[in-house]
Design a protein around this ligand. Structure first.
Ligand code: A2P
Length: 279
């Protein structure tokens, strides 16, 4: 007869695909970023996204809990030993109303299946890379800006970030400043390569040095006048787009107006859009 030891200890609840939160930073009452442990087996290309989330509330009838997952661009580069994410906080959002309260040591669910279109493989060679973001759509670019390949492939990297007010630029501004001042980045990417970054932040609801939606500023030529360039053309310019659905649609029209065509992993062309992202 087998004797089964009896204990009062309840089983420790373990999440499927659990990762541990290592740090959290709140940027505004609408925005936060956090870092989590990286599964040893996870390989991804900078710019890709994964599904992350938390356990949902128990079903009132069955008592069963299901994971509540959303697509999140990985904001850290492919070589980083941790994973970083940049998120909106929606007070009545099913996931972010809870996710915004995570603390170091907490666990989140992370499905280790990275995918996405904002990758170098989906673009033809070019001279100038434009990264167009609104709001938390900057996340995949936080990854790509720390990736050496971005600078190997292009002479200039123009990063546009359109947000409501100045505080919402803090994450992108400090990330770019940190990259440009960090010794490790100098060694990895080269100071002269980091000088290829041109940061073009714009606000729409608070007075700032550059106001307006990037779509409008491209259409009326303001961006080109400010940066001293002729315009965007399919010979030299490549684009990556990440923002709200409305933004993605509008900028697509602007870019196609300049003669650029949308590419994909299997069919690299002039620009790519992240469709899974919901800002
Ligand atoms: P606006 O203030 O004019 O709506 P959100 O915080 O709502 O995600 O928006 C982030 C930024 O993206 C805001 O500055 C917003 O401008 C801008 N935006 C929203 N929709 C579009 C669009 N269709 N084209 C360009 N910019 C947009």
């Amino acid at each position: 007869q087998t004797i089964v030891p009896q204990t009062d200890a309840k089983p420790v609840p373990t999440l499927p695909d659990a990762q541990t939160v290592t740090s959290v930073k709140h940027w505004t009452d609408r925005l936060f970023s956090f870092r989590v442990s990286r599964p040893a087996s996870l390989r991804f290309r900078s710019g890709e996204f994964v599904m992350i989330g938390l356990m949902g509330d128990p079903d009132p009838k069955t008592g069963k809990q299901r994971p509540l997952l959303r697509a999140y661009s990985i904001a850290s580069p492919s070589w980083d030993e941790e994973l970083e994410f940049y998120s909106i906080k929606v007070q009545d959002g099913p996931l972010t109303s809870k996710l915004q309260h995570i603390q170091p040591g907490d666990q989140i669910i992370l499905r280790p299946k990275p995918v996405g279109t904002l990758v170098h493989d989906a673009l033809l060679p070019g001279k100038r890379l434009w990264l167009f973001a609104t709001g938390t759509g900057f996340a995949p670019f936080a990854s790509l800006l720390r990736e050496p390949e971005t600078y190997e492939n292009f002479d200039q990297v123009i990063v546009t970030h359109t947000v409501r007010d100045l505080a919402e630029l803090d994450y992108s501004r400090s990330l770019i400043e940190d990259i440009q001042n960090d010794e490790m980045m100098h060694e990895l990417i080269g100071k002269e390569n980091l000088a290829k970054i041109v940061y073009y932040p714009t606000t729409t609801r608070e007075q700032s040095p550059k106001m307006g939606r990037i779509t409008t500023l491209l259409e009326d030529g303001t961006v080109f006048a400010d940066l001293g360039i002729d315009g965007i053309n399919a010979e030299t310019d490549r684009g990556m787009v990440c923002g709200s659905l409305a933004f993605n649609k509008d900028i697509k029209e602007v870019l196609e107006g300049f003669g650029l065509e949308e590419g994909a992993n299997s069919d690299p062309k002039h620009y790519v859009v992240e469709k899974a992202f919901v800002g």
